[in-house]
Ligand binder design. Structure first.
Ligand code: NAD
Length: 296
């Protein structure tokens, strides 16, 4: 009887979690053993994503132009976060951040080119200062291309990698932001498709996320220019009220969840994709008819 019981115990199938059966990886450590480099991660979406990646088992290098805040963020996120100063508009800084990641962790699995700015550009094309246009493009477009270039340099020999960047709903539709920012985000979505075409043959996936408005520091700066003298809490409300999905708001963590999916092996066959996180905002426009009793 003892022998039989023992046999039954030994032959029992290992416990398989429902998520594994469905083909998804463990919910707790979807980036175990992976190394990520995230630009613009001292704050906002980049910081939320760094935190999400670390809680899923990754080691993360935070690259940002804000040295003090970047260091504070890295300390807050714990021993699996490291900060490196980096201005994405300088190719040598990006190259250096990639080399630093390799020298510290011996590999780069995930490159998230997230840094971006708006830079107080005017709403009308007539007033556009092309020097400011160049500055925004240098960060939002050239910075992303440089990030992808140097990540590819180290990912191609390993024949694996996931490259992400942050586009925006303003890169899908005109009229949602001033021209310079909007044009830069249209470009980011184009970069993803162009690079995915080349890098697919090296086993590297390239994707982007397109968030709706979230009241992070650069958005609140823009909002305070549009609504001078209005207090911060009201600016946050105005930003959030622009959404269409009732009962919730777009938050950095929503974008971090999308980035986690795209970075992980759960998205192992997803490339050239723009994952839009907008509560449906860019998917529909409802017809606004007058009330029936107003129509004669
Ligand atoms: P944020 O202001 O919280 O973070 C932006 C970070 O980028 C900051 O830490 C900043 O120091 C860094 N940065 C700026 N210029 C840099 C440079 N030259 N080199 C390196 N780092 C630099 O804002 P966020 O909302 O988290 O923005 C992150 C990305 O998300 C941006 O690309 C932005 O365009 C995009 N985005 C934001 C929203 C939104 O509503 N918040 C919506 C769509 C897309």
């Amino acid at each position: 009887r003892v022998a039989l019981r023992k046999k039954v115990t030994i032959s029992r199938a290992p416990v398989v979690s429902p998520s594994f059966k469905m083909g998804f990886s463990s919910q707790t450590a979807r980036l175990e053993g992976k190394v990520a480099l995230i630009t613009g991660a001292a704050s906002g979406i980049g910081k939320a994503t760094a935190s999400k990646f670390i809680s899923n088992g990754a080691k993360v290098v935070i690259a940002d132009i804000q040295q003090q805040l970047g260091q504070v963020t890295a300390n807050e996120l714990g021993p699996n976060a490291t900060f490196i100063a980096c201005d994405v508009s300088k190719e040598s800084d990006i190259s250096n951040a990639v080399d630093f990641t390799i020298s510290k962790h011996s590999q780069l699995d995930i490159m998230y080119a997230n840094a971006g700015v708006a830079c107080n550009t005017p709403p009308s094309i007539v007033d556009l200062d092309l020097a400011v246009f160049d500055r925004v493009m240098n960060i939002n477009v050239r910075g992303v291309v440089a990030g992808m270039k140097h990540a590819s340099r180290v990912m191609i020999p390993r024949k694996t990698g996931s490259i992400l960047c942050t586009a925006s709903v303003t890169g899908l539709m005109g009229g949602l932001a001033q021209h310079t920012y909007s044009v830069s985000k249209f470009a980011v979505i184009g970069i993803v498709k162009s690079l995915a075409a080349e890098l697919s043959k090296h086993g590297i996936r390239v994707n982007c996320v397109s968030p709706f408005a979230i009241p992070t520091p650069f958005v609140l700066e823009e909002m305070s220019r549009i609504f001078p003298g209005v207090d911060i809490q009201r600016l946050i409300e105005i930003t959030q009220n622009a959404g269409v999905l009732e009962g919730t708001n777009c938050e950095p963590n929503d974008i971090a969840n999308a980035a986690l999916y795209l970075a992980s092996d759960d998205a192992k066959y997803v490339s050239g994709h723009n994952l839009v996180i907008d509560g449906g905002f860019t998917s529909f426009k409802t017809l606004e008819f007058p009330a029936p009793d107003q129509v004669h």
